[in-house]
Design a protein around this ligand. Structure first.
Ligand code: THU
Length: 142
């Protein structure tokens, strides 16, 4: 299925408006495209106990998985400080890359980092998480 990157980035910007980020002031939005063409938005959700903060990407994944989705094609991510005038590329954190690796093909899943609907960079999961640890890492290969 052809990915409408511009539309996915637009959804990520909308999702970012829902960020709950009173501690960092850094607002992140993500839009996750499933294999069957649906889109799940996510925002970061912070907590006074900082370790309980959840990133936008994981919010999107957990929403989608709860809805029964298991196939994913791409995720668009946007982020900026609340008082910043413009967005800059916001790469996913290591924990979010690991969550992506649980569900997504490293060679095909696309991660789109956007500054605007027309200014974005696209990566494959395997580029951002080379030699990732997955379920198959625990299989007996002998
Ligand atoms: N954050 C995300 O939501 N996604 C990322 O890819 C990077 C970081 C959030 C977590 C926290 O709420 C804030 O940005 C600052 O780290």
């Amino acid at each position: 299925m052809e990915i409408d990157r511009k539309a996915l980035v637009r959804e990520a910007f909308l999702a970012g408006k829902k960020a709950y980020a009173p501690y960092s002031g850094f607002q992140v939005g993500a839009a996750l495209l499933t294999g069957d063409g649906s889109v799940y938005g996510g925002c970061n959700i912070e907590n006074a106990s900082y370790g309980a903060c959840n990133c936008a990407e994981r919010t999107a994944f957990f929403r989608a998985v709860f809805e029964g989705k298991r196939e994913f094609s791409a995720i668009a991510i946007v982020g900026k400080a609340a008082d910043a005038a413009e967005y800059d590329y916001c790469p996913p954190c290591g924990i979010c890359r690991q969550v992506m690796a649980e569900f997504c093909d490293p060679d095909s899943f696309e991660i789109i980092l956007a500054r605007s609907e027309t200014d974005y960079r696209s990566y494959r999961l395997g580029e951002l998480l080379p030699l990732g640890f997955t379920g198959s890492s625990m299989e007996d290969k002998n």
